[in-house]
Design a protein around this ligand. Structure first.
Ligand code: PXP
Length: 256
């Protein structure tokens, strides 16, 4: 079975917010992703609202045809928002204000009460609960005990090792960790997703892991979109300028 692709559109909102404009619109981006074959759309509503905002989540909920995966911290505020918006999936992530991105897996044992509160709400509302964790046995077992239906393994270490200057031996070791953790998660009755740092290059070996059913990818997709889309954007701008030039009055008739 093909691995599900969930595209994270947070950084479309990052670009929009950098200028305080209405564009680029994360919902428009989500619809493009769906038309291109994404099986779901992922958005992270952070406590500081640095990219996705509350109204984005509402508009995504109303506007997309595939599945909405809402990444969030296990706080009372976020649980309330999720209960109202009703995404298809909630992914609980650790969150620190000063981090650039989600830097590690969730401490399921340390946050047990908050995770269970979220699991109770999710069950009541028919929302699937996924926990973003490190690929290790203790976190897998704690996730199953806390009431999750899915775990998403943090692939940051693996991706780091596969990057230029990384270590192939380390990458192989990290891949083995992911394979082992996937096996354990299956044995515990959990579905398995993976995400963080994945690209069209390093995703291939991850997607080949037996039993892995979903990947969540954001940064590299948006980075590729910027570079591959730049040619089209400049051509369209050139064409608009040329149209404007054609509309100028000819010299001698009020023109220059
Ligand atoms: N999965 C989770 C739970 C995340 O927090 C993130 C980062 O927001 C991703 C996947 C996507 O990571 P990346 O942007 O590196 O593809």
């Amino acid at each position: 079975m093909a691995v599900r692709l969930h595209v994270n559109i947070d950084h479309v909102a990052t670009v929009r917010n950098a200028r305080g404009t209405a564009y680029p619109d994360p919902l428009f981006a989500a619809l493009i992703c769906e038309a291109a074959g994404a099986d779901g759309i992922t958005a992270h509503l952070r406590e500081d609202r640095r990219h996705i905002r509350d109204d984005d989540v509402e508009r995504l909920r109303a506007g997309i045809a595939t599945r909405l995966n809402l990444e969030m911290a296990a706080t009372e505020e976020m649980i309330g928002i999720a209960e109202r918006v009703r995404p298809d999936v909630i992914t609980l992530v650790p969150e620190r204000r000063e981090e650039r991105t989600t830097e590690g897996g969730l401490d399921v044992v340390g946050q047990r009460a908050a995770v269970e509160a979220c699991a109770i709400m999710a069950r009541r509302r028919g929302i699937k609960l996924s926990l973003f964790i490190a690929p290790d046995a203790a976190a897998v077992i704690a996730s199953a005990e806390a009431g999750a239906q899915q775990v998403e393994f943090h692939t940051g270490e693996y991706c780091h090792a596969t990057a230029p200057g990384g270590s192939p031996a380390r990458a192989a070791e990290e891949l083995r960790r992911l394979v082992d953790a996937t096996r354990r998660a299956h044995a515990a009755g959990l579905e398995v997703a993976a995400g963080h740092g994945l690209t069209r290059h390093n995703v291939v070996d991850v997607a080949a892991i037996e039993g892995l059913v979903e990947v969540n990818i954001g940064h590299s997709v948006i980075a590729d979109a910027v570079l591959f889309g730049l040619d089209r954007a400049v051509r369209d701008l050139r064409a608009a300028l040329d149209r404007g030039t054609r509309l100028r009055p000819p010299p001698g008739r009020g023109g220059p």
